[in-house]
Design a protein around this ligand. Structure first.
Ligand SMILES: Nc1ncnc2c1ncn2[C@@H]1O[C@H](COP(=O)(O)OP(=O)(O)OP(=O)(O)O)[C@@H](O)[C@H]1O
Ligand SMILES: [Mg+2]
Length: 681
């Protein structure tokens, strides 16, 4: 495969800052990979190159491609996502900030639990949604590298004074527990690099060539990490596409690209910019539809690009009565492609706006015995039993992690009630010891409750038993041994059986645990020297686009998860007003939300190589809509269908009229009803 002249300029660029802005399928990722390989071939030490990708999947693909093209030496290139890089940096140098190498990552559920725990200690009783809102504010503040002033400015805006105290106490609790949440990993790395010259210089020496993919979706803290590591030489390549920016709602900073250019100019006086103008992915028909849609974006630098492919099939828009019919038709279509036209199943993808929209498609595919795989709904790692086993490992790795401890201390029941756990926690915190220390034989008798009463004999026995389970396994050979020992000692499987057999859930849950144990075994085989912390780090970073295995199966995923990927055939279902654009996105962020939803649709369209099929339903009487009346109204097709030219102005207008008429009828009906209702005096 030959690079075109613009791609060639990027791939052969060696020193200085360079930015590549280009549309989907123009070979940004490919060129970035190619440049990495060439640097190695031209004598740059592979270990001095750092590639930052967005998902673990992208990382694995890049690594495979490099090894195939440039051999084993390319293995030494550091390829990671930002959180992975921060984990490594914090474990290695975090002692400067008071962390140890056993630092664990607190996921977003743990984050909410810890916020609630901290709030309760301060006499507040937040609900889970309130705690979640606070977690968003914390993340926002940290990802935007907020300072003390901006912290206090939050009070009065959306946060009350008491909550500000909770936020601060939460951040302190994390530090004390040797933990970081996702936003903290980024902001703590920035703090480390800013405050400790020696660490920064070491990293600058190590990573002399930096490359960042999907730059449009990075946040302020991530930009700063790049700036801090790239040093005087400023050898950094960023590739991105503003039209595909879909993570503003999660803190990605839209001015990042301008800042990147300006920082380069400030530092060395230059920043080379190269545009790529050829789309190598899709047929002209697909490009035309996508292009028409994105032209409705405001504030956009228009990019013109051509395609190398011959005309293919037109993009198809299909209307269905309801979602069940949509799912059936899509599955039938897929069956035809796979069984009659020999399209490999893994070259077919179905995208939707919300993860819960996969259910009907799954049913229809399963009915036809078509292999499928739901990608990145995060559901596997969200399962109770999987979280339990991981919590065991987390606690062994970091016995200050009270959230993990509370999760597994009493599974199966061994007398470790909430009150006792709370008492141990308070003690551990007061004397700055870990929970295993608090459960030592010589320490337990010294623990008192708020009325100065010692622990009961039963409580002491329960603590001893718990300590024995979680203390000894520290000396196991590797994480696979450890997990087996823990499962053995806790008799977790027996507990699952007792609790879930009657409900008919035991087998599936037990299988999940085995699957996890097998995956850990595999990890230990390929990373024989990895510590438990490293294993936990590797799985804590699974993001939307990641998946398990890569069998020949139809891929089902959210539009967000489809970023950076490509398939021969793409279906996008449920393209209706309220779903895409999504109600909540528009409600929360008005025009900005709508703009981002349009870009999300554009990302979806541009994943397809040969066939793109888009569907919407005239009614969707299900739970998606919170507005109960809307469930009984004809749906409105998405405005994006009209904007992209897939739906004519007349059809769109007719659908709108139909909906307005439905609404009128509904109102008339409810007016009649209320008239009939007897008036109570
Ligand atoms: N010069 C080329 N000749 C032939 N094929 C190419 C060339 N450049 C890129 N391609 C192919 O085009 C497809 C898209 O490339 P790539 O994924 O790198 O695009 P991208 O710009 O990163 O897209 P996205 O914005 O969606 O991430 C890939 O299949 C790639 O192999
Ligand atoms: Mg790409």
């Amino acid at each position: 495969m030959h690079l075109n002249p613009e791609q060639e300029q990027v791939a052969s660029h060696v020193h200085g800052r360079i930015l590549t802005l280009a549309g989907p399928g123009s070979g940004k990722t490919k060129t970035l990979t190619e440049r990495t390989g060439r640097l190695v071939r031209h004598g740059v030490n592979a270990a001095n190159i750092l590639c930052l990708t967005f998902t673990n999947k992208a990382r694995d693909e890049m690594r495979d491609r490099l090894i195939v093209q440039y051999g084993e030496n390319a293995k030494k290139v550091a390829i990671s996502n930002f959180h992975g890089l921060c984990g490594i940096i914090l474990r290695k140098f975090g002692d400067r900030l008071g962390y140890t190498d056993a630092l664990t990552v607190c996921d977003s559920d743990d984050q909410v639990d810890l916020i609630m725990q901290v709030a309760r200690k301060r006499g507040l009783e937040p609900t889970k949604p309130q705690a979640r809102l606070l977690s968003f504010s914390i993340n926002d503040w940290r990802e935007n590298l907020g300072d003390d002033d901006s912290f206090h400015a939050m009070a009065g805006e959306k946060i009350r004074d008491g909550e500000l105290g909770v936020m601060r106490a939460y951040i302190e609790a994390l530090r004390r527990r040797n933990q970081c949440d996702f936003s903290g990993m980024l902001s703590e790395t920035v703090r480390l690099l800013r405050e400790h010259d020696d660490v920064r210089e070491k990293l600058q020496k190590r990573f002399q060539f930096i490359q960042v993919d999907e730059f449009q979706d990075t946040n302020r803290a991530q930009h700063e990490i790049v700036e801090l590591i790239c040093g005087k030489e400023d050898n950094v390549l960023a590739v991105g596409d503003g039209d595909q920016s879909i993570y503003e709602w999660r803190g990605a900073s839209p001015d990042g690209i301008d800042r990147f250019i300006n920082n380069g100019r400030k530092k060395t006086g230059k920043c080379r910019i190269v545009k790529l103008g050829v789309n190598y992915r899709s047929t002209p028909q697909i490009i035309e539809v996508a292009d028409r849609l994105i032209k409705h974006s405001t504030n956009r630098i228009a990019v013109e690009f051509s395609t190398v492919h011959k005309p293919g099939e037109p993009v198809k828009l299909v209307k269905f009565e309801k979602p069940e019919a949509e799912a059936e038709a899509v599955a039938m279509d897929i069956e035809k492609l796979v069984r009659r036209e020999n399209v490999p199943a893994k070259e077919i993808a179905v995208f939707y706006r919300q993860n819960d929209m996969s259910r009907l498609i799954e049913q229809s595919l399963a009915k036809r015995q078509l292999p499928y795989q739901v990608v990145g709904s995060g559901s596997y790692y969200d399962r109770m039993e999987v979280k339990d086993v991981l919590s065991m490992l987390r606690f062994v790795c970091n016995p200050k992690d009270g959230i993990s401890f509370a999760r597994i201390a009493n599974k199966p029941a061994r007398g470790m009630g909430d009150a006792l756990i709370g008492r141990l926690e308070t003690f551990a915190e007061k004397y700055n010891v870990d929970l295993l220390h608090a459960m030592r034989d010589d320490v337990l008798p010294t623990i008192r409750d708020e009325h100065d009463k010692p622990l009961s004999d039963a409580a002491i026995r329960a603590c001893k038993e718990t300590r024995e389970i979680f203390d000894a396994p520290r000396y196991h050979r590797n994480v696979a041994d450890l997990v087996n020992a823990l499962l053995d000692r806790t008799k977790y499987d027996t507990w699952l059986k007792e609790r879930y057999e009657e409900k008919g859930e035991y087998e599936a849950r037990s299988r999940n645990v085995n699957e996890l144990a097998n995956a850990i075994g595999e990890f230990a085989r390929t990373n024989p020297r990895a510590t438990v912390a490293e294993y936990l780090q590797s799985i804590s970073l699974y993001t939307d686009g990641d998946e398990q295995g890569d069998g020949n199966a139809v891929r089902l995923m959210s539009l967000h998860a489809s970023k950076g990927l490509e398939f021969d055939v793409v279906y996008i279902i449920g393209v209706e007003h309220g779903i895409l654009p999504h109600d909540k996105a528009v409600k929360d962020r008005a025009d900005r939300g709508l703009e981002e939803e349009r870009r999300l649709c554009y990302v979806g369209f541009t994943r397809a190589r040969k066939l793109l099929r888009v569907a919407w339903c005239q009614s969707r009487q299900d739970v998606f809509s919170r507005d109960r009346t809307a469930r009984f109204l004809p749906t409105l097709p998405s405005q994006f269908l009209y904007e992209s030219g897939l739906m004519s102005a007349e059809d769109y207008g007719a659908a709108k009229d139909k909906r307005a008429e439905g609404l009128r009828q509904l109102l008339k009906g409810s007016a009649k009803k209320s008239k009939k209702r007897p008036v109570r005096k």
